[in-house]
Design a protein around this ligand. Structure first.
Ligand code: DUR
Length: 292
């Protein structure tokens, strides 16, 4: 078992051993973790747990709920939004959980693919790529010059795969709970902005992103969704698993399609509530489905 770490600038802990952002210590988090963005979604899904043994909201906006589902220990962790929050969650949880971890994300996203529609759930069975703003393209603008057209304004990465077995369990569980027609599979692209690097046009900024969605679809034709977390989870899971078997993380991701970027349609609040309830049970089913 990994020894609890010593606090340092490298990995700060409070005197009781709680991590700096998520605020958890050894033993607080289960080895099966459902991660969402919205803390209210975390609490709503937690109503389906057999018991709630630990509930904590950190000062930095992470909510952790640990209990059991169908008699199996699970944690639900709400992280807010974005890759920095996803990064802090995965690292602080890896440091405070002993042995292999299974991780499933249940978030929200925008749809850019041929099969995407508002109200469907997309499973990133084919993994996720990252889309990041290439800051050096913009750098000449700091001095009032035109951007560096020799560079591309956005960098679209290779796809990082999702765990096959957990992704399949996730698809199966979702189909059972919400029906075959409400579930699509494909790839996700994880952006470092809700706006520019998701191809949203903002008259207040020169973003050079008019062709971005097309470029993402061209590079990854099976890319269905855009959001801000999944790639980081899948990528860090692979990096942790490369350390050792004992340290491994197996991760999969799905998201409710809130925005249809082609039809320019946005989801109604009633639909979100229904989806969260039905799909929330499915993601818990999937979380306890695969043996370690
Ligand atoms: N999200 C997006 N883009 C969308 C819809 C939802 O990034 O078009 C997700 C990811 C992020 C939050 O956590 O919701 C931003 O609103």
């Amino acid at each position: 078992a990994p020894a609890s770490r010593m606090s340092s600038a490298n990995f700060p802990l409070d005197p009781e051993g709680h991590t700096y952002h998520v605020g958890v210590k050894m033993g607080r988090v289960a080895n099966r973790i459902l991660t969402v963005g919205d803390p209210e979604r975390a609490h709503r899904i937690a109503k389906s747990l057999d018991s709630k043994d630990f509930v904590f909201t950190s000062k930095r906006g992470f909510t952790t709920i640990t209990g059991a589902y169908k008699g199996v220990p699970v944690s639900i962790v709400a992280i807010g939004m974005g890759t920095p929050m996803a990064d802090m969650m995965v690292r602080e949880i890896r440091a405070t959980v002993e042995g292999p971890i299974q991780l499933i994300r249940f978030g929200s996203c925008g749809g850019i693919g041929t099969r995407s529609q508002v109200g469907l759930i997309a499973v990133a069975k084919d993994g996720a790529a990252s889309v990041t703003r290439n800051n050096d393209f913009f750098a000449p603008m700091y001095a009032g010059n035109a951007p560096d057209e020799s560079l591309s304004p956005y960098v679209i990465s290779e796809a990082c795969p999702a765990d096959k077995e957990i992704s399949e369990a996730l698809v199966d569980a979702l189909r059972k709970r919400i029906g075959d027609d409400s579930v699509i599979t494909g790839m996700n692209a994880t952006a470092d902005s809700f706006y520019s690097s998701q191809g949203r046009l903002d008259p207040g900024f020169n973003d050079y992103n008019q062709d971005l969605i097309e470029a993402i679809r061209k590079r990854h034709p099976n890319c269905e969704t855009l959001e801000m977390e999944s790639f980081t989870l899948l990528h860090l899971a692979r990096c942790a698993s490369f350390v050792s078997k004992e340290n491994s993380i197996r991760a999969a991701a799905c998201a409710m399609i809130f925005a249809d970027r082609k039809a320019n349609d946005f989801i109604a609040p009633e639909t979100v509530e229904r989806l969260e309830n039905d799909a929330g049970l499915a993601v818990l089913d999937a979380l306890v489905a695969c043996p370690f």
